[in-house]
Structures are given as C-alpha cells and as structure tokens.
Design a protein around this ligand. Sequence first.
Ligand SMILES: Nc1ncnc2c1ncn2[C@@H]1O[C@H](CO)[C@@H](NC(=O)[C@@H](N)CO)[C@H]1O
Length: 147
Amino acid sequence: MRILLIHSDYIEYEVKDKAIKNPEPISEEEKKGRMDEVLVAFISVEKVDETNPEEVVSKAVEEIINVASQVKAENVFVYPFAHLSSELAKPSVAQEILRKVYEGLKEKGYNVGKAPFGYYKAFKISCKGHPLAELSRTIIPEGAKEE
Ligand SMILES: Nc1ncnc2c1ncn2[C@@H]1O[C@H](CO)[C@@H](NC(=O)[C@@H](N)CO)[C@H]1O
C-alpha cells in the first residue's frame, strides 16, 4: 500500500464519471464533498496487499494516526487514489481494504471523511506547507517481505 499524506486547510472533490464497471454506489449528496482542517490520505492499494489485508489495514490506520497526532489533525480524509503504484490490487479488494481503513480510523475516534471509490473526480486541496505537511508511507505485509 502507498499512502500520500497531505495536511491541508481543506480538500474538496466532485465526482465526474464512473472509472470502473462497478463503482461504489453513492447518493446525490456524496457526488460532492469537502472537509476543512484535515489530514488527507491519498491511498493506492497494491497487489501485494492481497496477501494479508488485515495486517495492511491495521498498519495503515496506525501510520495515519501517528501522523495525525504529530500534526494535531482531528479530521482525516481517505481518498482512493490509483496513481501511486504500478502494481495495483484489483478494485474489489482495494475497495474493501479502504473501507476497513476508514472504519478503523473512525473506531479510534477520528472524524473521518472519504471520497467515493471507482470514479473520476475533480479535486481541490490546500496544503499547509509546514515541514510535516507532505509525507508518504509504504506498507508491505510481513510475509511479502521474505520473498
Ligand atoms: N488499487 C486501488 N487503490 C485505490 N483506488 C483504486 C484502486 N483500484 C481502483 N481504484 C478506484 O477506482 C478508480 C479507477 O482506478 C480510482 N480513481 C482514482 O484514482 C481517481 N483519483 C481518479 O483517477 C479509485 O477510486
């Protein structure tokens, strides 16, 4: 899993079109969204993550919370982003893993937003620009490291 973390004044998105055959069903109001004072997590789920989804989910939640506490962000936004890797997991697995990351962050008490899965989206973001405002993390399941 590849994660790009941007501490932002705001993130806003607008769904433009379906990008896969079966995108996540969304309501009319979910076609647009905005969150202010937020740590945005752009996440690419990778093929290797399919070997141990549970481990990848728990490590992703841990890493995101670690950065959120450093930058003192109470709001987190999970943004499915298929552009951080050339070895992507298939959409069905990626969607489930991202849903569990979202749920895991909520269980830890964060106010969590998410962008819909499986769409082309326009987005605007305002990066705060401080030294910890742009970070990236790579998460690899333990078993995969032995190969
Ligand atoms: N392995 C994966 N990891 C994360 N997201 C993934 C994925 N496979 C599919 N998606 C979702 O489907 C859209 C088309 O690839 C993706 N859409 C996007 O990445 C938008 N930024 C528009 O390009 C995303 O919602």
